[in-house]
Design a protein. Structure first.
Length: 183
């Protein structure tokens, strides 16, 4: 994704053609982020459009010293988190576990992982419960700390650790089953 400063300047001036060009250039990158957090492509597309509107609304505040790709990624992740919080309040489906018990029973990296494609791993991540998937994506893929994940999702640091451990256990089980089936 190569975004030139003149295109950003057009967007600041609210030039519709410039905004459309920015949308086309950033669509696949932003959609990949949205699909990582949402199983449903329609929901991901809806959230992408909300995030893009925030990008356009705040583009005048963009600091050219920061890579544009990093800046729009941050806005999109914040939009996804806001939508998650909104859904969480509406559905009240998430139960919290305030205590976390350390477990050394994490998945080991071994030769078995080389027998699984990225697509299969992605599919298994999408099968995780929504809250667990959110924590897994934020911690493992996006690099947030448990404290940051807790603040972003409105949960305790211990609950974040619990969800990460649950995700690892579930993925370990499912990947193990897939390996046995393929063998």
């Amino acid at each position: 994704m190569n975004i030139h400063s003149d295109l950003i300047a057009k967007c600041i001036k609210q030039d519709r053609r410039g905004e459309y060009e920015l949308y086309k250039l950033s669509y696949s990158y932003l959609m990949s982020i949205c699909l990582r957090y949402n199983k449903d492509k329609d929901t991901a597309s809806e959230i992408l459009n909300m995030g893009f509107m925030k990008i356009l609304k705040n583009i005048a505040a963009y600091n050219p010293e920061i890579p544009f790709k990093v800046w729009i990624r941050r806005i999109m992740i914040n939009t996804l988190i806001d939508e998650y919080r909104k859904q969480k309040r509406e559905k009240e489906r998430v139960t919290y576990v305030e205590e976390y018990y350390d477990s050394t029973d994490y998945a080991d990296v071994n030769d078995a992982l080389s027998n699984i494609s990225c697509k299969q791993i992605y599919e298994e991540i999408n099968k995780l419960p929504q809250a667990t998937k959110q924590v897994f994506n934020l911690y493992v893929i996006d690099g947030y700390s448990h404290k940051e994940v807790g603040e972003l999702l409105g949960i305790s640091e211990g609950t974040s650790k619990w969800h990460l451990n649950a995700a690892r256990q579930k993925l370990k089980e499912q990947i193990g089953k897939n390996i046995l089936i393929r063998a």
